[in-house]
Design a protein around this ligand. Structure first.
Ligand code: AMP
Length: 188
């Protein structure tokens, strides 16, 4: 089993690239944001807890997302590997992921980081709000909080994965196909 992490701020294009990668390499795409939105749509207790945090642009508790990931990697034996999109987002989550994989005698293969300017991120998220109708994409304060949370809590993971020699950067500001070409070069 291969394990890849797609890294970058909200709106960097992780979800778009993940879908292309999942198809081409038979990987299971795991988006913690999508999983949480499904729980909200189903009206579960977990969904209720996550809703206000997501709509405020804050992170959901580490224990919740870690349990979700454990559940995902325990299923889907049919795929070549897993593609994490939006996870891990904290050092705590990265540590738990490492332990989880270690127990299986496995590890992260590559972290692919999409580099994109904050202003472009803002514009892309506002644009996506009209297409996907996500509440957390529609409010400027929420967008700013998500970007700020990314810088404070998620960016420290860059150093964490650099030290493990797993970190790779790709320019995330180009066209979808150009970015996908770079991703493929990294994976092939
Ligand atoms: P995303 O779809 O990845 O942009 O995630 C949307 C929202 O879901 C985030 O702003 C967080 O509130 C929550 N979320 C998604 N993934 C995580 C995670 N790994 N840790 C904590 N919260 C998360």
């Amino acid at each position: 089993m291969k394990y890849f992490i797609l890294f970058g701020p909200p709106g960097a294009g992780k979800g778009t690239q993940a879908k292309l990668m999942a198809d081409k390499y038979n990987l299971h795409h795991v988006s913690t944001g999508d999983l949480l939105r499904k729980e909200i749509a189903k009206g579960t207790e977990l969904g209720l807890r996550a809703k206000s945090l997501i709509e405020g642009g804050n992170l959901v508790d580490d224990s919740i997302v870690i349990a979700m990931i454990e559940n995902e990697i325990g299923s889907h034996p049919e795929v070549n590997g897993f593609l994490f999109d939006g996870f891990p987002r904290t050092l705590e989550q990265a540590g738990s992921l490492e332990e989880m994989l270690d127990k299986r005698g496995q590890s992260i293969d590559k972290v692919i980081s999409f580099i994109i300017d904050d202003d472009l991120v803002c514009r892309r998220i506002q644009n996506r709000a009209n297409i996907e109708g996500r509440k957390d994409d529609a409010d400027m304060n929420t967008i700013r909080n998500r970007i700020d949370t990314y810088h404070r809590k998620t960016e420290p993971l860059i150093e964490y994965y650099k030290q493990k020699n797993k970190y790779h950067e790709i320019n995330g500001e180009g066209k979808i196909e150009e970015i996908f070409d770079c991703v493929c070069k990294l994976l092939d």
